[in-house]
Write a protein that binds this ligand. Structure first.
Ligand code: ZN
Length: 402
């Protein structure tokens, strides 16, 4: 083994570095406590490294004796204050972190499970890694399922590598996230605000599952749980007359999950029987109400029964969204039939019509969602789907048929 000893570079930076090193030097002079010796002796890349104050020959001799033999090479190193630690750089680029007792930094305490799960999913999707398009991956990468024991952390110069053994995947995190992830301050300044990001691959097929006639908390909750598990998103066309406070809470929860909400009119009326301006008012009422209550702006609407006309579409500043797959779940009210009808001819770009009034539709969704994911589909909202397919929501008047 090639043995080397580090020589302290004069370029000390920071006020707090000095007391730490003096304490260390005193420990050396006083015969050293066992733990201090062990901490001062480090092996990196097959080399023996000892920290000592180089001006003092006695300590230097003692320090060098800590390595097994004397074939040592003296290196320069720089020790800088870095948050609650000291960063030691040697060979110009290799470096590590020690605390005041010269103990190595232990990163293996991870707090941000949710953030970690989100980032893993996002990065694997962005990297177009096939495994990220399987239901098994989404189950295993859930924040409650991630096995922290199976993650190796390695600190690099400008990022932190986390190797997930379960997925054989390395996630590289900017160091700004390190403090929120490990609770360790290594002096990288402010904690970077983590924001959940969604990635939609234009290379892979996508579908939008839609649920009409809610909000209905009882059924919504079951649908949300399924979509939460697979980090998928759906669109809900909700009617104004149903919006009691309980149901508004359900919409709010959905919005937080990234679900899309659109207007299904105030009273579920047949809009084509109304004057165009009355039809517009019926569509816009829930739009204004939800905006006023939750600050959320609906971007699309679905006319009840798919009933519409050009005159009304013309004066409503949002596209009317119909569907391309009709499960007729309201008619059958049967889990198996809804499941079969949703998947029978499903293809890229489809918009599937279901209703959030029936538990059978929610139970069918528990099987539809993982099945679609396993077939390689991304489950996106209507707006996401249209934008991914190149439509401009500001000018689009209608999409799909009834
Ligand atoms: Zn309806």
């Amino acid at each position: 083994m090639n043995k080397e000893i580090l020589k302290k570079n004069r370029k000390f930076t920071g006020q707090r570095a000095l007391p730490g090193l003096l304490v260390f030097a005193l420990l050396m002079l006083c015969g050293c406590t066992r733990s201090a010796n062990e901490n001062a002796l480090k092996y990196r890349n097959g080399r023996c490294i000892v920290f000592y104050p180089p001006e003092n020959e006695t300590i230097r001799e003692y320090a060098m004796s800590l390595c097994e033999n004397r074939e040592d090479k003296v290196l320069d190193y720089i020790m800088e204050e870095a948050g609650d630690y000291f960063r030691i750089t040697y060979d110009g680029e290799e470096y590590f972190y020690v605390n005041e007792d010269m103990s190595d930094l232990d990163l293996n305490v991870i707090n941000g499970r949710e953030m970690l799960s989100d980032m893993l999913r996002y990065e694997m999707k962005k990297g177009e890694i096939d495994e990220a398009y399987t239901a098994e991956f989404w189950s295993k990468s859930d924040k409650n399922s991630i096995d922290l024991e199976n993650i190796d952390l390695k600190l690099e110069k400008d990022h932190l590598d986390l190797y997930f053994k379960d997925f054989e995947y390395t996630l590289s995190l900017p160091l700004g996230y390190l403090r929120s992830l490990t609770g360790k301050d290594l002096g990288f300044g402010e904690i970077e605000d983590y924001e959940k990001k969604t990635f939609i691959s234009l290379k892979r097929p996508m579908v939008a599952l839609t649920y009409d006639d809610g909000p209905y908390r009882t059924v919504d909750e079951v649908i949300y749980d399924t979509f939460r598990k697979y980090d998928a998103r759906a669109t809900f066309y909700v009617a104004g007359y149903r919006m009691s406070q309980t149901e508004i809470d359900s919409i709010e929860e959905g919005i937080q999950m990234g679900m899309e909400f659109g207007s299904h009119s105030e009273n579920h009326s047949n809009l084509s029987l109304l004057d165009a301006y009355e039809a517009r008012a019926a569509i816009m009422e829930p739009v204004s109400y939800v905006y006023e209550k939750l600050g959320y702006r609906m971007r699309t609407y679905r006319p009840p029964y798919g009933s519409r006309n050009y005159e009304m579409e013309d004066i409503i500043d949002m596209p009317a969204i119909l569907w391309t797959v009709d499960t007729r779940d309201w008619y059958y009210r049967d889990e198996e039939t809804t499941y079969q009808r949703a998947l029978a001819d499903i293809k890229d770009g489809d918009i599937v019509l279901m209703h959030s009034l029936y538990m059978s539709s929610a139970l069918a969704s528990q099987r539809i969602v993982p099945e679609l994911i396993d077939r390689g589909f991304q489950l996106v909202t209507v707006s996401e789907l249209l934008e991914a397919k190149g439509y401009d929501l500001d000018t689009l008047k209608a999409y799909g048929s009834n």
